[in-house]
Write a protein that binds this ligand. Structure first.
Ligand code: PLP
Length: 433
């Protein structure tokens, strides 16, 4: 497991369209099979589009949260949606090595996936476990979220059948209006739970709707409701070990909400929950870079159309560079209309014409010396320029969360730790480390 391999990736300059990868085994233990697979993958199949995941950034961001949290507050790393597009397994491993003691995902499948890869840390399901999934949940030692009488019954029955005590986390809806029991329905739910065997209320939590906004009035109302519910719960004879409220924004901006645990999602990945939170509270480093290379170059005379619909027409002799990335990879079609750009040779170059499913074109006329094989940054830094997921989100009138979540599964994730590549995940599976 811990035999390390360094892959020195060097790309053929100039007119080769294919990245070439040199693999060097440094510490033994990697099977010849792996090496052969990797070599085959990168020399035979690889399209030059990839996301680099800086796992040191995960460690850094967690250290920042540790610095502002009381010592007794545990950290739950939220790795749902494949760790917001970063890769759930590698992020979970790194987070657990870097101070997080809990994990959270949305789906039963996401939890099972992590268990199959050997993750043993306590793992909370944030979403509703559909009727019929109870056995799978308990078999994989996942902590279900419970907020209805029906789900409490189902888990109790399944727990009896499996002769297990079900450690569940009760979700309170203090103002999000999504999942969770409303305070007025709490007494009935508590009565039911008290009467049911094989249930143990291990946690109680709620979720903020507006912790990322400057005005914290609503969050304070939610905290107050949470405390009232907690009082009821304790009066009912329950003694949950973990009572907790905060997401990333709440953890940064609401010390009153630190409690027993903090659920850190977006900021684990080095992004701020919104432009309204104070960025001075924790210093975050973005974890994901998204890159590609020029695969084709041509010069078009003035008056020629580019891409579907011919909506972009050249006004001058134009060097058109084709990139092998498109909306099926999450490079959103609407970016062209937003006059979006990419980084190449340290400069910004505009997208021209509609973004296609697997390709798009940029105007490289003003990029001296541009060549096939040149690295292009979609998200990340090059030279003195940077494009943040936040910038792309603003252009698309959405939030940074959505940008990284939508980086498609066709884009291999290359994981770096202390400067070295420790693993690669692609459509063809996982490689090495
Ligand atoms: C996604 C989610 C989080 C994480 O929120 P961030 O804003 O990404 O930190 C926390 N709690 C619940 C219930 C969630 O669904």
């Amino acid at each position: 497991m811990n035999s390390f391999v360094i892959f020195e990736i060097s790309c053929l300059k100039s007119n080769s369209e294919r990245a070439k990868f040199f693999l060097t085994e440094i510490a033994g233990g990697t099977s010849a099979m792996n090496m052969a697979n990797l070599h085959e993958y990168f020399t035979t199949y690889h399209r030059p589009v990839w996301a680099e995941i800086d796992l040191d950034g995960i460690e850094h961001n967690l250290r920042e949260f540790r610095r502002i949290l009381p010592a007794q507050t545990q950290i739950m790393a939220v790795v749902k949606a494949d760790a917001y597009g970063h890769g759930a397994y590698q992020v979970a491993q790194t987070a657990l090595q870097s101070g997080a003691s809990w994990l959270a995902v949305a789906l039963v499948e996401e939890g099972i996936c992590l268990r199959r890869k050997g993750i043993t840390a306590p793992l909370l399901l944030l979403g509703i476990s559909a009727p019929g999934t109870e056995h799978a949940v308990l078999e994989h030692d996942l902590r279900p979220m419970v907020c209805t009488v029906e789900s409490a019954r189902r888990f109790s029955e399944c727990g009896q059948a499996m002769q297990k005590t079900v450690q569940f986390h009760l979700k309170l809806d203090t103002g999000m209006g999504r999942v969770g029991v409303r305070p007025d329905n709490l007494p009935t739910l508590l009565d039911t739970i008290s009467d049911l065997p094989n249930l143990e209320m291990e946690g109680v939590f709620t979720h903020f709707a507006k912790a990322d906004e400057t005005d914290k009035t609503y969050s304070h109302l939610q905290i107050r409701r949470f405390q009232e519910c907690l009082h009821r719960i304790r009066q009912g004879g329950f003694a949950p070990r973990f009572c907790y409220l905060a997401n990333s924004a709440g953890t940064m901006e609401l010390p009153d909400a630190h409690a027993d645990m903090a659920r850190i999602g977006i900021s684990l990945y080095g992004m701020y929950p919104s432009a309204e939170v104070d960025p001075a509270i924790v210093h975050l480093k973005p974890v994901l870079c998204w890159k590609t290379r020029v695969v084709h170059l041509k010069t078009l005379p003035p008056g020629e159309a580019v891409s579907y619909g011919g909506l972009f027409v050249t006004q001058r002799p134009t060097v058109v560079a084709t990139l092998p990335v498109g909306y099926a990879d999450g490079f959103r079609r609407r970016l062209w209309k937003q006059h979006w750009h990419v980084l190449i040779r340290g400069q910004r170059a505009p997208i021209i014409g509609r973004i296609c499913m697997d390709m798009c074109m940029i105007d490289a006329t003003d990029i001296p010396g541009v060549m096939v094989g040149d690295e292009v940054v979609l998200i990340g830094s090059q030279g003195a320029e940077t494009i943040l997921a936040d910038d792309m989100a603003t252009a698309l009138d959405t939030i940074n969360y959505e940008i990284t979540c939508l980086v498609g599964k066709r884009v291999p994730r290359i994981y770096r730790r202390q400067g070295e590549i420790i693993g690669i995940e692609s459509l063809l599976g996982e490689h090495a480390a």
